[in-house]
Design a protein around this ligand. Structure first.
Ligand code: PHE
Length: 339
């Protein structure tokens, strides 16, 4: 039986499942297996030897079957272990950060404007960037020969030549104030509205750009006052800038408000900034001129209100201490990613 006993050691030392399969056939194959052949030989033995040999073969059958099972189990365990270590899915693993986009500063600020004014009861309305002379100037009480209408300041659309009706002469709106007229002439007071968008003027330097954004509001009611205007603006600007900024109101002239005011904020750049300690104009405001109410079909003896029109870029310059307004439009990702 030395033959069969040698198989035990071979099985235990088998290096792979394939090797194990070969060994299994060597022992148990019905045609040539060593054990099968030995069992066949039993029949040729004398009765006395048969019993002893039979017991011995049975012993080896059990031993070799167990050895095969055990060796197989170690291979299975190893392969599961390999799978677990090579193809593992670790849900706790931290992934490398993925670049994420975000809104540009300007639309982000405009959304905040909507949000802050909505909480004060203002309703969002909209108007076109190509505006008629009537809405951009005439109905806002801006006289025919006012310098604002000058082609030095205003982008006039081609095709106005020969047209005399101001409702049919068009400009790229120089401010968002035309939306006041559009809304007030089609709605009954009381109302509170907020609107914003792109505006165009022939201006370009560190604090002016030929295209810039404004947000503007109007509130009309029975007893809306200048005190209400200040309260609304100070509340909104503090919230939009996100900290307490120094501001001041000074008288300003706009044909569509009386009295008219301008709101300035203190530039708070660091010491090295040239603008340190200077006032930056945020925009204009005031009580709606009676002529404007009349132009909209609203009786100025019964109703009164305020309006304001602010730049979007200016408060953002203050908020983030950006010295040059033109940086907003350069599309330089090193600039944009800071915010
Ligand atoms: N439209 C004015 C401007 O563009 C701002 C303004 C709006 C002033 C409303 C008073 C009232 O400068």
């Amino acid at each position: 039986m030395s033959d069969l006993s040698s198989y035990e050691a071979k099985i235990r030392a088998a290096a792979s499942p394939a090797e194990l399969d070969v060994l299994e056939l060597d022992v148990f194959s019905r045609k040539h297996g060593a054990l099968t052949l030995a069992l066949k030989d039993l029949a040729t033995l004398p009765a006395a030897e048969k019993v002893k040999k039979g017991q011995e073969l049975n012993h080896w059958k059990t031993v070799l079957t167990d050895a095969l099972t055990e060796r197989r189990r170690t291979f299975t365990a190893q392969s599961v272990g390999t799978l677990a270590s090579e193809d593992k899915l670790d849900v706790t693993l931290e992934l490398p950060p993925r670049p994420r986009g975000h809104l540009h500063l300007i639309p982000e600020f405009i959304r905040q404007v909507d949000d802050v004014f909505a909480r004060m009861g203002f309703q969002f309305v909209d108007g076109p960037e190509v505006e008629s002379e009537k809405y951009n100037f005439n109905d806002l009480n801006i006289p025919e020969h006012h310098p604002a209408r000058d082609s030095q300041d205003t982008f006039w659309l081609m095709g106005n030549e020969g047209e005399t009706d101001p409702a049919k002469r068009f400009v790229l709106r120089t401010h968002t104030s035309g939306v006041q007229i559009r809304y007030a002439s089609t709605h009954k007071p009381p109302f509170r509205i907020i609107y914003h968008g792109k505006t165009y003027r022939k201006d370009s330097d560190a604090t002016h750009s030929p295209m810039f954004h404004q947000f503007e509001g109007m509130m009309v009611g029975k007893d809306v006052s200048l005190a209400n205007l200040k309260a609304v603006l100070v509340t909104a600007m503090r919230e939009l800038i996100g900290r307490d900024v120094e501001f001041r109101f000074r008288t300003g002239f706009f044909p569509f408000v009386e009295p008219g005011l301008e709101m300035d904020m203190m530039w708070q750049g660091d010491e090295s900034e040239s603008r340190e300690g200077k006032w930056l104009e945020m925009g204009g405001c005031g009580m709606v001129h009676p002529n404007v109410l009349k132009n909209c079909g609203i009786d100025p003896d019964e109703w009164q209100g305020f309006a304001f029109g602010f730049g979007v870029e200016r408060p953002l310059m203050i908020k983030h201490q950006i010295p040059d307004l033109r940086s907003f439009y350069h599309g330089d990702l090193r600039f944009l990613r800071q915010f």
